[in-house]
Design a binder for this molecule. Structure first.
Ligand SMILES: NC(=O)c1ccc[n+]([C@@H]2O[C@H](COP(=O)([O-])OP(=O)(O)OC[C@H]3O[C@@H](n4cnc5c(N)ncnc54)[C@H](O)[C@@H]3O)[C@@H](O)[C@H]2O)c1
Length: 349
């Protein structure tokens, strides 16, 4: 892993792949949608990002919005365009959008002609700090999120911070949950920055966002370099997600964005750690205060703990009456705990 200050890039080695991330404050998008002489490129947006950034001359493909379209049907559309346009193995599929576009275009690139070139241009904060990096690709299948997919890192990821300007507030907040998570797992200075610079972050100050995105990428990239195929350490990146996914399922994905559910999940991971006597109570309080400061809800009225437990029990990682949780002793001290579900029930609210 190497940060190159001159061209603001970082190079990672994920298994047999090399991924280079470029971060720019005022990056022009159109040049990124062009390929070197003799190489073909297909640019793929979603229906929101196409009008914002699309250039009709490039004949982009625009996919329908939402998790329900993170599907074979969208992959089929990409494949059909790729075949019609005679894309070859050295051609580039370029995904421009949030995590959904990035995951799908990456999946398509991994299977088109057994793997063609992949370039990602993430345009949500979540996709910048998380989804575009690390090579997890996928689509939803039979109601299960990301059930079908591959590991296929993009050879280049271009983060243009100016694309954040048009991002709706709730999508920006969703990304902030992943930023907080990343600081909790692997960057103490970022944690302090989040405590001190809330106002500038809400204003999306470009200098600060550059610093934040870069720090998140360094943390995630380092973890994925060590554990590309998620045999151990990479699971830490799921902090708050077992609780969060269960809440999303119980709420039927209404009223809670993914980031809001994960933020609630991180607060519950703190409560569970304290209940088990494993998490420092002062740290747990600090995390919950930070989440409140970023306008996340950390308790839910009228939540039936049984429903959350049932949703969690559907998790494939269940072992008898225990479930695997990512917990923390303290800041940047993360571990995996197999915890009895009856204890978990006590801290749900
Ligand atoms: N591969 C991974 O490692 C990984 C990690 C985390 C999440 N994910 C996946 O990411 C997905 C969620 O990603 P997301 O939160 O980015 O959602 P998303 O892709 O649905 O984007 C959110 C919304 O913002 C719009 N949008 C995107 N960029 C915009 C911009 N600059 N201005 C205005 N609107 C813009 C999109 O059109 C969409 O409506 C999930 O499917 C999740 O599974 C993958």
């Amino acid at each position: 892993m190497k940060w190159n200050e001159q061209d603001k890039s970082i190079q990672f080695t994920f298994g047999n792949y090399i991924s280079t991330v470029y971060i720019s404050k005022e990056g022009a998008l159109v040049p990124l949608l062009k390929a070197p002489e003799g190489i073909k490129i297909l640019s793929i947006f979603d229906q929101n990002t196409a009008p914002l950034f699309g250039d009709e001359h490039l004949r982009p493909l625009s996919l329908p919005l939402g998790e329900e379209h993170k599907s074979w049907e969208s992959i089929n559309q990409i494949m059909q365009r790729a075949v019609r346009e005679n894309l070859a193995r050295d051609s580039i599929l370029a995904g421009i959008g949030g995590g959904i576009v990035c995951d799908m275009v990456a999946f398509a690139a991994s299977i088109y002609m057994r793997g063609c070139q992949l370039r990602l241009i993430p345009t949500t904060l979540l996709a910048m700090v998380d989804a575009s990096l690390g090579g997890k690709t996928g689509i939803n299948f039979m109601g299960y999120k990301n059930m079908v997919g591959t590991f296929y890192p993009a050879s280049s990821i271009h983060i243009c911070l100016n694309t954040l300007v048009t991002l709706p507030e709730n999508e920006f907040q969703t990304g902030l949950a992943e930023v907080i998570k990343t600081a909790m797992i692997g960057d103490k200075e970022l944690f302090q920055l989040l405590i001190k610079e809330k106002e500038r972050i809400f204003q999306r100050d470009t200098d600060l966002m550059e610093e934040i995105v870069k720090r998140c990428i360094l943390v995630k990239g380092k973890i994925v370099e060590e554990d590309f195929k998620e045999k151990g350490l990479r699971a830490y990146l799921n902090l708050g997600h077992t609780f969060g996914h269960a809440l999303e399922a119980v709420a039927d994905f209404k009223g809670w964005s993914h980031g809001q559910a994960v933020a609630w999940g991180m607060a519950k991971a703190m409560d569970l750690g304290v209940r088990l006597g494993l998490t420092d109570p002062g740290y747990a309080e600090q995390v919950k205060n930070l989440l409140r400061d970023y306008r996340f809800r950390i308790t839910v009225d009228n939540l039936a703990p049984e429903e959350i437990i049932t949703a969690m029990s559907k998790d494939k990682k269940k072992l008898k009456d225990k479930l695997r949780f990512i917990l923390q002793k303290d800041l940047n001290k993360t571990f995996i705990s197999e915890t009895d579900l009856s204890l978990v029930k006590e801290i749900i609210n």
